[in-house]
Structures are given as C-alpha cells and as structure tokens.
Design a protein around this ligand. Structure first.
Ligand code: FES
Length: 91
C-alpha cells in the first residue's frame, strides 16, 4: 500500500460531552472523508486512532475487517472519544 499523504494532528481540546472523532474534527474544521454524513454506513471515515475510545460499534465491526481493527483503525463517526486520543488520517 502506498500512502501518498499522511496527516497527523494533535489538538488539546476540552469536550463537555462525549463526542465522536468526526464531530470533534468538524468542530475544528478538520475534514474527514464521509459520504454518508457520519451515519456509520459508508466506511469512508476510516482513521487510525489510539487512546481512550468507545468499544467498536456494530457498524465498525461490519465495515472494518478484523486485521484493521486490531491495528487501531476506527470509523471516525462511530468512535466516541472518552479521554486522551491520537488520531492519524491517511489521504
Ligand atoms: S461517515 Fe460514513 S461511515 Fe463514517
């Protein structure tokens, strides 16, 4: 696999309620690919994320293969941030 561009961002933000990676990215005008508007249906919002996140949702278990899940890939629109996280987006 060739990665043409690797985007890594670190933001220290205070989140007043549990939000998904997708929602927080939107709050900071960070574009994440999505063709289902964050409804957990397209699988386009795949990011690599580590840290305190919710358990993989049914949509993630359906749309992400086991190998990628074990490597830390998540759907940005489904993974809820519960604490410190690091997110890597590949373009
Ligand atoms: S935006 Fe479509 S699955 Fe996340």
């Amino acid at each position: 696999m060739t990665i043409s561009k690797l985007v890594k961002f670190t933001k220290l933000v205070e989140i007043k309620k549990d939000k998904t990676i997708y929602e927080v990215a939107e709050d900071f005008n960070i574009k994440i690919k999505a063709s289902c508007d964050g409804k957990g249906k397209c699988g386009k919002c795949l990011v690599k994320a580590t840290g305190m996140l919710s358990e993989p949702s049914k949509a993630e278990l359906k749309l992400i293969n086991e190998k990628k899940l074990s490597q830390g890939y998540r759907l940005a629109c489904e993974a809820v941030i519960l604490g410190d996280v690091e997110v890597i987006m590949e373009e």
